[in-house]
Write a protein that binds this ligand. Structure first.
Ligand code: ATP
Ligand code: MG
Length: 411
């Protein structure tokens, strides 16, 4: 890729921007101030600056600095250097909080510097703040906030794009997508979540490069998918479908969602229910989210009677040809959750249920999912699946116990 020069940045001081130190995580502030005290430059960057400029609370606080990973580690007892391709520091805080501190980087200059997975790996990866801004994905993600001078620093016209509500790749979109195809996904994610328009040249380059996503490692695709499941999932999944990415990532599951509008509309409604529930504080776990994603796809299999459901679902996953690597344990848990949700539905309709279901390890997770799928809302504090069952079959408890002794009910 042609090396992009770093022009003078636009620097905006108060009251030209709305960011207040009070909006910044105190641990992130500690890191920023400590780095300055040791003579380094350090900025807040990425999604935090973008979201704070939009007047939204920030989700995570990424820091960028001219201190090298080893220098960061030396100054923070709670810092760990991670990453094989790009080394960066993770600073750990109580409650499992981790703040990522990376060193200003530059983009790769030629093909020899490309890693097999597509992302560029320069021999000397470090660069200036300007170079770091230009190697980022989209303009609205490449802004810096300097807590010392209380200024926003913009090398890439990100402020203009924020004001115009535009998602624009920094530099040449085709080159940026070839360098790292996951950026296509990131463009779609951010435009879908923010409701921003994708800039014309960026949008034009997407269809001819989506196939490159197939070359990404399954582990990286899984990591990216997890980000989509963490918040505001529906708009992103809809965008992935629109550009034919669901099928490339999720194999047959994704292809079914792309080819069958009715099936996808069921998924879309479920995600909308969960997005709403999440805003009200009911966040599903990652495994519950995956179970929700696969529920409509696996519907026909789940409807079958007298079959070994665990085996059938397991075979469906094995034969789907997913490029995303779903870890074995996650897949096993998704299957357990789905099988219990299905048994719950049956129990409520027929009054028949294996008593041991209530003691299953995934019962609580399944119960949460059951409410979202069948009641189209999360459960209230006092509600549980057991209570639903008691209400539906007030004299039913004894019957379940007796039925327990009957030959195995397959569910
Ligand atoms: P979110 O709000 O979802 O955390 P984010 O923009 O902060 O969004 P992260 O995945 O946390 O996303 O990445 C932090 C920053 O790192 C991004 O804002 C962007 O500047 C840069 N970045 C991340 N992935 C890439 C990539 N593949 N190519 C270039 N820059 C990237
Ligand atoms: Mg982030």
């Amino acid at each position: 890729m042609k090396r992009l020069g770093a022009p003078e940045p636009v620097i905006v001081a108060k009251p030209g921007h709305p960011i207040s130190r009070r909006d910044i995580d105190p641990d992130a502030l500690k890191i920023l101030f400590r780095l300055y005290q040791h003579g380094f430059t350090a900025y807040l960057t990425g999604g935090a600056v973008r979201d704070l400029l939009l007047g939204k609370p920030a989700k995570d606080f990424d820091i960028v600095t001219d201190a090298r990973p080893g220098q960061i580690k030396k100054r923070f007892a709670n810092a760990y250097v991670i990453g094989r391709r790009f080394r960066l520091a993770h600073v750990h805080f109580s409650g499992g909080k981790i703040i990522e501190v990376s060193t200003f980087r530059r983009a790769a200059e030629n093909a020899e510097e490309q890693s097999p997975e597509g992302e560029s790996v320069p021999a000397n990866p470090y660069g200036t703040p300007g170079e770091d801004a230009f190697r980022r994905d989209i303009t609205i993600n490449a802004l810096f906030y300097d807590v010392i001078t209380d200024t926003v620093i913009d090398y890439v016209e990100g402020l203009k794009d924020l004001a115009r509500r535009i998602v624009r790749v920094i530099g040449n979109p085709a080159e940026k997508f070839m360098e790292d195809p996951v950026r296509i996904w990131r463009v779609l994610r951010h435009s879908a979540r923010l409701g921003f328009t994708i800039e014309e040249a960026t949008e034009k380059a997407i269809p001819s490069h989506v196939h490159l996503l197939c070359a990404c490692s399954g582990a990286r695709l899984y990591e990216e998918f997890n980000k989509d499941l963490a918040y505001e999932t529906r708009p992103v999944i809809e965008a992935l479908r629109k550009y034919g990415i669901l099928g490339r990532i999720l194999g047959k599951a994704g292809e079914n969602y792309e080819n069958d509008a009715g099936l996808f509309s069921r998924l879309s409604s479920l995600l909308e229910i969960e997005d709403r529930a999440r805003t009200a504080g009911h966040q599903l776990s990652l495994e519950e989210m995956y179970a929700l994603i696969f529920w409509p796809w696996l519907g026909p299999l789940l409807a079958e009677n007298r079959v070994d459901l665990h085996k059938n679902l397991s075979d469906a996953f094995s034969n789907a040809g997913m490029r995303m690597s779903l870890p074995r344990s996650v897949r096993a848990n998704i299957i357990q959750i789905l099988v219990i949700v299905r048994a719950m539905d049956r129990a409520l309709r027929t009054g028949r249920m294996r008593w041991s279901l209530l003691r299953r390890a995934h019962y609580q997770q399944a119960s949460r999912l059951f409410f979202l799928i069948f009641k189209e809302r999360p459960a209230d504090k006092e509600e549980s699946f057991t209570k639903l069952l008691e209400q539906a079959f007030p004299s039913g408890l004894k019957r379940w116990k007796r039925r327990r002794r009957r030959p195995r009910d397959h569910f």
